[in-house]
Design a protein around this ligand. Structure first.
Ligand code: FAD
Length: 423
């Protein structure tokens, strides 16, 4: 089997960001990436596609354009791991060896977990910003739905970009308010969760918009089936007394956030924790049981918000610790759990949620510039004009502005990271 110093599984946000950080530190490092897709998607842009702000073409590039020329790209899917032999098996049976393995295959959107859903996506008023091909249909529906009932669902945690289901709803409501249709629409947010957002500090600003748009909040409502032809959605509801029942809700428009899980080849591998995600030390991003394996991005079990913003901070930490490991030394760089969720509460304004482990607020900007818990125009500008550029031109190029890793002068102590937060 061919053997590389660093083998990376996945060339999405996490795989590319860690590659950029590694190459900046050591340009001649022998790196290979296993990535089956011919396209790379800027998924954070899909909210703005669904909100009629971006064209979907702005959110995709060919993988060849994104892949650095200094790395060897295997266009194939990884299928299983042989950690004792330092090897990965690809779907075509080929094996690749490594000195250090970085696992970053993202997560799986489980559309088929909801009977009836897949067949009706893209028609009968059923859409989702979680897919490149469907986000434009969201905007189409927002413009064609003038009365009746609009449902926006949110699947159980963990999900990527936990704010995305709400963002879709607020941008739709903003448009309906502008067009005068909002008064003839019943808008419901049906979430599996028991709160509007996992970090309490952001809830008051969001509640102002819930009131402004007249949104009904349905907590502990989990979508379990869709009947597209009859425009009806079935929910499992947990009542305050803990009793469970099922309710059917008719809809004119349904925006779905699908259930999400670790990819099967991860959950069925020795790398997984009990819930199926890659078992990582939340500070060093090193595997809890294999010292030569690291992980980052949505497939990891670290209790941060699953976002590209988290990846931006994780990548330099992993790069530092991988280079240490190649020298036979212990990891020293630590990640604080930073993640960010720019909540698009109206066209032109964002509540910029930025927080780390345990829900600790970690604002990037001083409060006189951006008050993170309040709607801000500057944050919208950041999301629309700056973040896509930062993604392609700094995050993937090892330019770690506002993302320099914290490096300890001792090995981090094993200690509990607070997970007292919904993410
Ligand atoms: P991905 O970027 O999904 O990449 C995974 C890669 O692994 C893919 O290229 C895939 O082809 C590859 N892969 C899969 N299986 C295999 C295999 N078997 N072998 C090899 N490779 C494989 N984040 C923010 O920071 N801010 C936002 O505002 C935001 N909004 C979002 C809105 C929506 C609608 C969505 C869907 C996401 C949003 N995100 C946002 C989240 C962000 O896109 C993800 O957290 C980020 O892309 C995670 O990076 P990743 O590399 O782990 O996964």
């Amino acid at each position: 089997a061919r053997r590389h110093d660093v083998l990376i599984i996945g060339g999405g946000a996490a795989g590319q960001a860690v590659t950029g950080s590694l190459l900046k530190r050591q340009p001649d490092l022998d790196i290979a990436i296993v990535e089956p897709s011919s396209e790379h998607y800027y998924q954070p842009g899909w909210t703005l596609v669904g909100g009629g702000v971006f064209d979907r073409k702005q959110t995709v590039r060919t993988m060849r354009d994104v892949m650095p020329s200094a790395v060897k790209w295997y266009q194939a899917a990884a299928a299983s791991f042989l950690p004792e032999q330092q090897r990965v098996v690809l779907e075509n049976g080929e094996q690749l060896g490594y000195r250090i393995l970085i696992v970053a295959p993202g997560l799986t959107l489980d559309w088929d977990a909801i009977p009836g859903l897949r067949d009706t996506l893209g028609r009968n008023g059923v859409t989702s910003n979680y897919r490149f091909d469907l986000a434009p249909y969201t905007w189409e529906l927002v413009n064609s739905t003038r009365k009746g009932k609009a449902l926006f669902t949110q699947a159980p945690m963990p999900i990527k970009c936990a704010g995305a289901p709400q963002k879709a709803m607020y941008l739709a409501c903003d448009q309906w308010q502008r067009s005068g249709a909002l008064k003839d629409l019943d808008v419901e947010f049906c979430t599996s969760g028991a709160a509007l957002f996992g970090v309490a500090a952001y809830v008051p600003a969001l509640m102002e918009y819930v009131d402004r748009y007249g949104i009904q909040l349905d907590f502990q409502h989990t979508l379990i089936a869709v009947d597209g032809d009859n425009r009806s959605a079935r929910f499992k509801v947990v009542d305050t007394d803990g009793e469970t029942r099922e309710v059917d809700k008719p809809f004119d428009m349904l925006h779905v956030c699908p259930p999400q899980r670790a990819p099967r080849f991860i959950s069925e591998s020795p790398l997984a924790d009990a819930a199926g995600w890659i078992e990582l030390n939340p500070e060093t991003m090193q595997h809890s049981r294999y010292g030569d394996i690291f992980g980052l991005g949505d497939a990891g079990n670290t209790p941060n918000a699953k976002t590209a913003a988290a990846v931006r901070k994780q990548a330099p930490v992993v790069a530092e610790n991988v280079l240490q490991a190649l020298k036979g030394q212990a990891p020293r760089a630590v990640y604080d759990g930073y993640g960010s969720c720019p909540l698009t509460v109206e066209r032109g304004k964002i509540v910029l949620a930025e927080f780390g482990y345990g829900g600790k607020l970690l604002p990037s900007f001083p409060s006189w510039l951006v008050e993170g818990t309040r709607p801000s125009r500057l944050s919208w500008f950041l999301k629309e004009k700056m973040l896509p550029w930062i993604y392609w031109n700094t995050m993937f190029k090892g330019k770690e502005w506002l993302a320099e890793p914290e490096i300890l002068n001792h090995r981090p102590a094993e200690h509990e990271v607070s997970t007292a937060c919904d993410f």
